[in-house]
Design a protein around this ligand. Structure first.
Ligand SMILES: [Zn+2]
Ligand SMILES: [Zn+2]
Length: 368
């Protein structure tokens, strides 16, 4: 977990809504720390279908504010936050910034600022039925108020937010759905393959030769056959009864992710890959069954899963983005790799003035 993360806060709120990608992690190896931070920051790595925009794109001249539900002293409150202030609180919660090279950390902060801003604008009103725009858990984007960020991190983030002020990723139709995940394992997937239904052209699968340069991307899970049966029986749509005779991958997408899985017991099921990951994740935590890029082997009383990557695999791969940032790749090139056919442009109405967030942050930092 990177130093600015606040796992207790992020997991204490709205547990009913937190996905399998939002559990506490404790391992301390470098690779694991990276993955843990990434997994915690993978707001869109859950089994939820591709979200659709809920609010019209802001008027050109509008100052955008967001109603964000935040846990304050253990209570849920709805804060009204200017967009740029919200972005500054989201960046360090969603991206590990503890890079030894400050130029790399700065690149990653700018990249995440653009992602956070784009995501927030595309998903304003996601919780409209509850009276606010966005929650501050992994369901939407985690938010850490600037006052609670370490000063060095807050400074880094403030500069990144200021440098990218108003910038969004677009395909010419407003902010894109900037989905991302921890580690694609070598190839991202199209949203259509993972969740079904139509999806924008920029959410296609792309090859990723960067994340695979980070060692130990493989994961393994061995389950007793009866244990897996009981896990499947925890959900009505995956329940198979009193036996588990067979489990096999029926189809894969071009990236190698399992799209449909046949399970035979008292009942016969064909389960969507992401659904299987979610059901197992709900019982064993997000690190147990990390991706649908897996193979399955059956032994007498055991089922062996082995795979690569972490998360749903759609959109930007954070591990690959970090490797590219370390190689000096510009932010816009990294984004264009994972969201092909998109570009950066100023949000209509955004100005080059210093954001409220940064003016406010300067006061906060100056006091400390
Ligand atoms: Zn939410
Ligand atoms: Zn990747």
């Amino acid at each position: 977990m990177h130093p600015t993360a606040a796992p207790t806060d992020r997991y204490r709120v709205r547990k009913n809504r937190t996905s399998a990608c939002s559990q506490t992690r404790t391992s301390r190896s470098t690779r694991t720390l990276l993955l843990l931070a990434l997994a915690a920051g993978t707001a869109r790595c859950a089994t939820a279908p591709l979200p659709t925009p809920h609010a019209p794109f802001p008027e050109a001249s509008a100052d955008v504010t967001l109603q964000v539900e935040v846990a304050v002293d253990g209570e849920q409150r709805i804060l009204t936050l200017p967009l740029e202030q919200y972005v500054a609180g989201s960046v360090p919660a969603e991206m590990p910034l503890n890079e030894p090279d400050t130029a790399v950390a700065d690149r990653l902060a700018r990249l995440q600022a653009i992602l956070a801003r784009t995501y927030a604008l595309a998903n304003r009103g996601r919780h409209a039925h509850e009276g606010f725009d966005l929650c501050s858990t992994t369901h939407c984007q985690v938010y850490i108020p600037q006052e609670r960020q370490p000063v060095a991190v807050a400074r880094l983030v403030a500069a990144a937010v200021e440098q990218t002020h108003g910038q969004i990723i677009t395909d010419g139709h407003g902010p894109i759905q900037a989905l991302f995940h921890a580690d694609c394992g070598g190839h991202t997937s199209s949203a259509t393959d993972v969740w079904g239904g139509p999806a924008p052209e920029y959410l296609v699968g792309v090859r990723d030769s960067f994340c695979v340069t980070v060692p130990n991307t493989d994961w393994h899970l061995t389950l007793n056959r009866d244990h897996l049966r009981r896990i499947l029986n925890t959900s009505q749509d995956t329940a198979i009864g009193q036996r588990l005779d067979q489990i096999a991958v029926v189809s894969r997408d071009r990236s190698g992710r399992a799209i449909s899985i046949s399970v035979v017991g008292d009942e016969r099921r064909v389960i969507q890959g992401e659904r299987l990951r979610a059901v197992i994740g709900e019982q064993l935590g997000p690190r147990a069954f990390r991706s649908t890029r897996f193979r399955v082997e059956q032994q007498a009383d055991r089922i062996l899963f082995s795979g690569q990557g972490f998360g749903h695999g759609v959109g930007l791969c954070q591990t690959g983005a970090i490797v590219q940032a370390r190689h000096g790749e510009p932010v816009r090139a990294i984004l264009a790799h994972y969201y092909p056919g998109t570009w950066l442009e100023p949000r209509p109405g955004a100005t080059t003035r210093l954001s409220t967030a940064n003016s406010r942050l300067r006061r906060v930092v100056a006091r400390r």
